[in-house]
Design a protein around this ligand. Structure first.
Ligand code: G1P
Length: 290
């Protein structure tokens, strides 16, 4: 099999209950970090990694995402009439080329594995990426690009990983670790959201995956795992011994934007990384004296 990764799935069907009331009528993936919605960061990361086909698994009330990546004739004429060419060019760049974007729906919230499975007919027989927009990564080289470069040599399945405190292991898929060279980790086992006592390590899966189409053989069975949901973690665990399954310790700082404090932290970090606003933000922060 060719190890080139051209397709990416963006599961965006979640209800976003942790951000109510903000997410009552707005998809959580449209929450902005500084001035860009979370989902746009994920799409830009995929684009920078060479992805050509963008597959969104949506649900009810998510049409704002479709509109966001569409072109907007109304904005175009308004901005050009006001002489705001530069702003228009930056907006125009958001739209994905015709035919490169597809949407499918996850009719019921049955878990991440189920969301990925809903896109199976759009994937076919090739490796593909999955990006969770909640996991926002700030770094010099986009996380998925780092992974795709490593994947080219290895194939199989690869997940982004990072070390987490023991008291947080129950929020993640956790690795049972084989050989660890500091960057690549040979995965011997995977457990979804274990208790601290049962966690085989403190190395957690972060929301960037490169999956082999064989994971669909497991997902087809629709077996429920942790939390009664169909889990990607379980589909990956089934591949151990059949193909290389690797964790990739990426370079970069990850923010959990599914969490309120993580989301605020991401806003601060991204604002402080921007030359046009870092000084002003630092001044504002000093006023809090903490
Ligand atoms: C999902 C995965 C989990 C992974 C996490 C990363 O969990 O099921 O294995 O560690 O994303 O953010 P969720 O956060 O959707 O509950």
């Amino acid at each position: 099999m060719d190890f080139t990764v051209k397709k990416a799935i963006f599961p965006v069907g979640g209800l976003g209950t942790r951000f109510l009331p903000a997410t009552k009528a707005m998809p959580k993936e449209m929450l902005p970090v500084v001035d860009k919605p979370l989902i746009q960061y994920a799409v830009e990361e995929a684009r920078a990694a060479g992805i050509e086909q963008f597959i969104f698994v949506t649900g009810r009330g998510k049409t704002a995402i479709e509109d966001h990546f569409d072109s907007s004739a109304e904005l175009r004429s308004t901005l050009l009439a006001r002489g705001k060419q530069d702003l228009w060019h930056s907006i125009e760049a958001i739209a994905l080329d015709a035919g490169r974007i597809s949407y499918t729906r996850q009719p019921e919230p049955l878990g991440l594995g189920h969301a990925v499975w809903c896109a199976r007919s759009m994937i076919g027989d090739e490796p593909f990426a999955v990006l969770l927009a909640d996991d926002l990564i700030l770094g010099e080289e986009p996380c998925l690009k780092q992974m795709i470069e490593a994947y080219r040599e290895l194939g199989g399945v690869m997940t982004a990983v990072m070390d987490v405190p023991r008291e947080h292991v129950d929020r993640y898929g956790i690795l049972d670790v084989g050989h660890d060279d500091g960057r690549l980790i040979d995965v011997k086992g995977l457990v979804e959201k274990p208790t601290a006592a049962r966690a085989p390590s403190q190395i957690a899966v972060i929301g960037r995956y490169i999956l082999h189409p064989r994971v669909f053989e497991h997902l087809d069975r629709q077996q429920r795992g942790a939390g009664g949901e169909i889990q990607v973690t379980d589909a990956i665990a089934k591949q151990i011994g059949r193909m290389p399954v690797n964790g990739y310790r990426f370079a970069g700082r990850r923010f959990d934007c599914g969490d309120k404090v993580g989301f605020l932290e991401a806003n601060l970090a991204f604002a402080l990384s921007r030359a046009d606003m870092a000084d002003d933000v630092r001044r504002v922060l000093k006023r809090f004296n903490c």
